[in-house]
Structures are given as C-alpha cells and as structure tokens.
Design a protein. Structure first.
Length: 106
C-alpha cells in the first residue's frame, strides 16, 4: 500500500476514489509516566517516554487505516493526515487518528 500526504502519487494515475478512511488508537496513560512527564515539563527537556507512546499510537493507527483502505479495494491512500489529542479526565488518554483518501492507482 502506498501512503502519502500529497494529493496524488507521482508517476501513478488514480483510477478510483473510495472515500475517506481512518484508523484510531487511544492509549491510556500510565500514572508514573505522567508524573515523570510532568516533571520534565516543569524543568525542561524532552520526554522520551511520551515520544515513545506517541510513536506507538501512530504505529497502531496507520495500519488500521491501511487495513480499512485495503478492505475497500484500494492500493494507496493519499492526503494522509495524522492528528493527536489528549482525552479523558485529567487528560489521561492519548488519541492518534490517521486519515486519508483510499484510492486505486494504475
């Protein structure tokens, strides 16, 4: 499956549009990770733990989106966009959504 953030694929012709497909991942935040990240936020620096969790959520969301596109008969997704948000009481959950247009390319 070809995945691109651009509206088309260079050298390929889109022959069919299947519509928007999305994949989501919602991960519960670990209390100790949250405390550590909060300390990092106050003193500065990067939170490697938070970065790993964000990557893990992307690694879940993108294949879900691809699977849904393939189920429609698509062999590519164009205009792919990734969004992240925190949800729940006290922002205790991380959500990543990957969306794009499922297409068939020749």
């Amino acid at each position: 499956m070809i995945i691109t953030t651009t509206p088309g694929i260079e050298g390929r012709r889109i022959t069919r549009y299947f519509g928007v497909v999305a994949g989501e991942a919602i991960l519960g935040a670990n209390l100790f990770k949250d405390i550590f990240a909060g300390i990092r936020d106050r003193v500065g620096g990067r939170s490697a733990t938070c970065e790993r969790e964000l990557q893990r959520a992307r690694d879940i969301a993108l294949p879900k989106r691809s699977g849904r596109a393939q189920a429609l008969g698509a062999n590519a997704a164009v205009g792919v966009d990734l969004d992240a948000a925190v949800l729940g009481q006290g922002n205790g959950m991380l959500m990543v959504s990957a969306s794009g247009t499922a297409v068939l390319c020749a």
